[in-house]
Ligand binder design. Structure first.
Ligand code: GLC
Length: 421
């Protein structure tokens, strides 16, 4: 069967009515925030109303303070740990209590610009104030001192759970009780492709800490045992700021647009300060101890997605990315190959993820590097042709890893295949 049709079939099969689970297996039996946003981009290729429903359902879970949680359980979740009864978070006790990268405004803008349907535009317009509330929450809760860089307080908020970039900050967290026997993920995917036991214990201990403090926005920043201003999270936010400002201006909210322009200015300047001239790379900061995280992972390349002028200002960044591509069979590895921390099979410590590839394809095109964008586009399509719609892929061999029949891989395949300029 044609691959595009297979991708559509996966998205249909993973549809639980209003939201899409990440994979056909029970590995992730709920709605994940940024998964849904990427899925909407794929759905928009063949069913715009359904694409919009995906985002609307996500925003139904928005908290009164503006946060959009990283997981919405929708009553499900028995095969996942930690599920709703562990989190006990949110007004309806049906979500996690942390967030995920704010890609929604970028996705909403993409659909807004391509749709010819008035009803779809009206539904998109209704989402715009909710997007603004989420961005506002993010700055108030995660950058209370107005530095321009927001912090994540759990590795899961980065969306790149076990990236080597969090190792040091996470090792300072008390492990808490061992939860190895409660984990369900290793029943669905090989343990050597997943985070380790000690990492998982700390992930859960952070959750319990936040739960004990009632998930209070005004407290968590100060008490979080893990707190990192991730360059990737901020780059994605910065891109979303630009797209949100466009949406606000297009829908006549001048005050909202001015508010976001201020966020954008501050974050743009702060990201620029994260450039390390000597190493030729962007680094984030452990904001608990004020230490720069000098590790070359994919988050440091993501300013390409946020800023159309970054390749011209820092040609070394693109050269670095090219050197990574030269060392793997399929790009883009999530960590610099040949480093001791690089593990080509383990989750966010080396494997290729198509959502990251899409952000880089888009960013490189905006930076005038269509040639390199095409390289990554070809690799992305080749991976799926070779190995199917896996969660992630080994960059050295192209081997499929993690869960099969993965929604965001199917969605990105459709979206990347369709975008040729
Ligand atoms: C893992 C990924 C995260 C994703 C989730 C569901 O936790 O690291 O980015 O959202 O799985 O696919």
């Amino acid at each position: 069967m044609e691959l595009k049709q297979q991708a559509i079939d996966i998205l249909r099969a993973n549809d639980r009515g209003g939201y899409t689970v990440p994979t056909v297996t029970g590995l992730y039996p709920a709605q994940w925030n940024w998964d849904s946003c990427f899925v909407a981009l794929g759905l928009a290729q063949f069913d715009e109303p359904r694409a919009l429903t995906e985002i609307e359902t996500l925003f139904e879970g928005q908290w009164p303070d503006g946060m959009v949680p990283h997981i919405l359980f929708h009553g499900d979740g028995s095969s996942y740990f930690p599920n709703a009864s562990v989190w006990q978070a949110g007004p309806a006790r049906q979500s996690s209590g942390i967030t995920q990268p704010l890609v929604a405004a970028t996705v909403v803008r993409q659909i807004f610009e391509r749709t010819a349907d008035r009803v779809i535009r009206m539904r998109l317009t209704a989402l715009v104030p909710k997007l603004l509330a989420w961005h506002g929450w993010c700055y108030a809760a995660r950058d209370p001192h107005g530095t321009g860089l927001v912090s994540i307080i759990h590795p899961w908020e980065s969306g790149m759970d076990n990236s080597p970039l969090w190792d040091d900050a996470l090792s300072a967290v008390e492990p808490g009780p061992s939860v190895a026997h409660l984990r369900k993920d290793t029943g669905f995917a090989a343990a050597e492709h997943r985070p380790t036991g000690p990492q998982y214990d700390r992930y859960i201990n952070l959750v319990l800490r936040f739960r004990d403090n009632g998930y209070r926005t005004d407290l968590l920043y100060d008490i979080a045992p893990f707190r990192v201003a991730d360059i990737g999270f901020n780059a994605i936010l910065q891109r979303a700021n630009q797209d949100l400002r466009f949406l606000l201006a297009s829908t006549g909210d001048v005050t909202g647009a001015a508010e976001v322009a201020t966020m954008e200015e501050r974050t743009g300047a702060a990201i620029a300060r994260c450039w390390h001239e000597e190493h030729g790379f962007f680094y984030g900061v452990d904001t608990r101890i004020g230490k720069i995280i000098r590790k070359p992972g994919i988050p440091g390349v993501l300013p390409l997605f946020a800023d159309a002028g970054v390749a011209a200002r820092h040609p070394g960044l693109v050269k670095r990315l090219e050197s990574w591509l030269a060392r793997v069979a399929y790009g883009v590895p999530s960590f610099e190959p040949d480093r001791p921390d690089f593990e080509p099979q383990r989750y966010w410590r080396g494997p290729v993820w198509l959502i990251v590839n899409w952000m880089l394809i888009d960013g490189l095109r905006r930076n005038g590097r269509a040639d390199l964008a095409d390289h990554i586009r070809r690799d992305s399509l080749a991976l799926v042709e070779r190995a199917g719609f896996a969660e992630y892929f080994n960059p050295l061999t192209g081997e499929p890893l993690g869960g099969p029949g993965f929604s965001w891989t199917a969605a990105m395949y459709l979206h990347i295949a369709a975008s040729t300029e």
